[in-house]
Design a protein around this ligand. Structure first.
Ligand SMILES: [Zn+2]
Length: 128
């Protein structure tokens, strides 16, 4: 059986986020991009995170801190626009993480995405 995708979609990694991380396809929706970026955090794929981060908000060192957090699961709570015919959208999610054996927590964010030249990009988000 193929490995499940880390983003929790229920599909296998090969049928879900892998084509995006490999640059074989562009995520068609803001949610698909958000899920693929979560998978990139899980896999510590700084190059993919950088390539899907809007240049206006991208950190100088995307890889900084990537190794310090172990991601444990993703729940997408809702989306506004961000579909194939849109050029902007938001995705609200909770990502569960651990920063050590005993320190578990969650990161809840409403992320903003824009589509430029046909590709969705992460802009920024409101953490709640
Ligand atoms: Zn996935």
């Amino acid at each position: 059986m193929a490995a499940a995708c880390p983003c929790g979609s229920g599909a296998s990694f090969a049928d879900c986020c892998r084509p995006y991380l490999r640059g074989q396809a562009d995520a068609p929706t803001a949610e698909a991009l958000m899920r693929s970026r979560y998978t990139a955090f899980v896999r510590r794929d700084a190059a993919y995170l950088a390539s899907t981060w809007h240049p206006s908000t991208r950190p100088l060192d995307v890889a900084e801190g990537l190794d310090e957090v172990e991601w444990r699961g993703l729940e997408v709570l809702g989306t506004v626009r961000g579909l194939e015919g849109d050029d902007a959208g938001t995705v609200t999610f909770v990502a569960h993480h651990a920063t050590g054996v005993l320190t578990v927590g969650q990161h809840r964010e409403t992320s903003r995405f824009v589509r430029e030249d046909g590709r969705w990009l992460y802009v920024d988000g409101d953490v709640s």
